[in-house]
Design a protein. Structure first.
Length: 429
């Protein structure tokens, strides 16, 4: 096991290049199952979720070929191998194997997904969608069994706006007979990205990115080539750490429109942000003022940036209120920030941050999930002294080349092997 060490207090300057979006990649890889011939995905981030999904495709008989940041998937010999355990439990997005395998083979057995522990993360809306398309769905000892004689298009109203359910229903519906309409669909850019790939494969999809998606089923989907959109959450994380410690940081290869809610909040805090076609500049800001944020579905403020943004707010003078309406218990980072000296408390689904007081102090902290890890990286860069972050397996799920990118901006950051005592301490925590 390794830990990340950050010696805080150094100013950040320079350019950081943003990788392809994790939350697109993890849906696009399962989507390749639906094709009859090879699909190449470009701009793939090198993160552990992507690695796990590629291995899962191999488990079901696919061949994969990773060349730089391009993955070619050969789906010709895939079959409906049950995947009740193992790798599927390690990531959230393994739920997309349900929709893709159901769509292709009319059957699947997939273990319940893992991913970040953010409180309850039900998949009832995914199942409601599969059932509406004609599948029988049962949960047997933690694995979901799906089977259909035939899939037929249906009108599906999502009771909760869900990224995962919207994409999963698209995957199951693209080869169903007739028209599927998803109402109250999620509108995240990653949904458009998946629809773009499926359309390049020959699917008939209209309305992705709006709250009503219409899909006319087709019999065959063919191979294609697709490039993943930039990761707005990775970009947002670098914008936040640039706001915390930057003198002049250029966040490159982004779609600024995907980050408008964050940009607006940073400007409200007094951060100087400029955008061009594919770049966002953050300039030195000495006085940050408190702001309130409420996470919402896209285009609202993303829950995935709530945790890193909370760390930034510890530096802003005044009291800030952070409310997470998507995951009301997404506050496991708060205890760790307090360990570093932050004046923060949690009340219900909100965190109250009294910022601008003493500087954070480098401490030993643990990343309980991916964005809690990002939050601790932001805090570590701001803190006096050295911060040691364990739980790197979470951070590695979503940030490609984290140390290299931070080093490129002038941060003092490195990885070290944990001693056996430290490993034991973490495991018993
Ligand atoms: C792999 C991936 O893309 N993960 C993202 C995806 O997760 P994920 O797809 O799991 O999140 P959803 O959009 O589905 O969840 C949104 C809300 O709906 C609830 N819900 C969801 C499905 C369901 O069947 N029933 C239900 O009640 C969830 O508990 C949550 O409160 O969107 C989240 C919200 O933007 C992000 O934090 C995750 O980074
Ligand atoms: C919650 C996240 O990921 P996942 O849904 O894959 O657990 C995230 O990316 O912040």
């Amino acid at each position: 096991m390794e830990k990340l060490l950050i010696e805080g207090g150094y100013p950040l300057e320079g350019k950081v290049n943003i990788s392809g979006a994790k939350n697109s990649a993890v849906a696009l890889i399962p989507a390749t199952i639906l094709a009859d011939s090879e699909v190449t995905i470009d701009n793939l981030p090198k993160i552990s979720d992507v690695q796990l999904l590629s291995e899962l495709l191999e488990e079901i008989g696919g061949k994969t070929d990773l060349n730089g940041d391009s993955l070619t998937v050969y789906p010709e010999n895939m079959f409906a191998m049950p995947l009740p355990n193992g790798r599927v439990k390690k990531l959230r997005a393994s739920y997309y194997l349900m929709g893709a395998m159901l769509g292709k083979f009319k059957k699947a057995v997939i273990g319940l997904p893992g991913g970040c522990n953010l409180g309850p993360r039900p998949i009832d809306q995914h199942i409601k969608g599969f059932e509406a398309l004609g599948a029988r769905v049962t949960n047997e000892q933690g694995a979901i069994y799906l089977r259909a004689d035939e899939l037929r298009g249906a009108k599906i109203y999502l009771d909760v706006v869900s990224v995962g359910a919207t994409i999963n229903i698209m995957l199951a519906a693209v080869k169903a007979k007739g028209r599927t309409i998803i109402e109250n669909a999620a509108k995240e850019p990653e949904i458009i990205d998946v629809a773009t790939l499926l359309t390049s494969m020959g699917a008939q999809i209209k309305g992705a990115g709006t709250n009503e998606i219409r899909i006319d089923g087709v019999e065959h989907l063919h191979g294609c080539r697709h490039s993943i959109i930039p990761d707005r959450i990775e970009a947002g994380t670098y914008m936040i750490l640039a706001a915390a410690m930057g003198t002049q940081v250029l966040v490159d290869n982004v779609i600024p429109a995907h980050l408008e809610s964050l940009t607006a909040k940073l400007r409200e805090m007094g951060v100087h942000v400029e955008t061009s076609d594919e770049q966002i500049y953050i300039y030195n800001t000495s006085n940050l003022t408190s702001v309130d944020i409420k996470t919402l579905v896209y285009p609202g403020f993303p829950t995935d940036l709530q945790q890193p943004f909370t760390a930034l707010l510890t530096k802003a003078s005044g009291t800030s209120l952070v409310t997470d309406t998507i995951y009301s218990a997404r506050f496991k980072h708060i205890d760790e920030l307090r360990r570093m000296g932050a004046n923060v408390k949690v009340e219900g689904s909100s965190a109250i941050i009294n910022g601008g007081g003493n500087r954070l102090q480098g401490s030993k902290v643990r990343a309980s999930d991916l964005r809690a890890g990002a939050s601790l990286v932001v805090a570590g860069l701001m803190a006096d002294g050295i911060t040691e972050i364990s739980g790197l397996e979470h951070i590695d799920r979503g940030y490609e080349l984290l140390e290299q990118k931070l080093l490129g901006l002038g941060a003092k950051v490195w990885r070290e092997k944990m001693t056996s005592e430290e490993v034991e301490e973490v495991e018993n925590a």
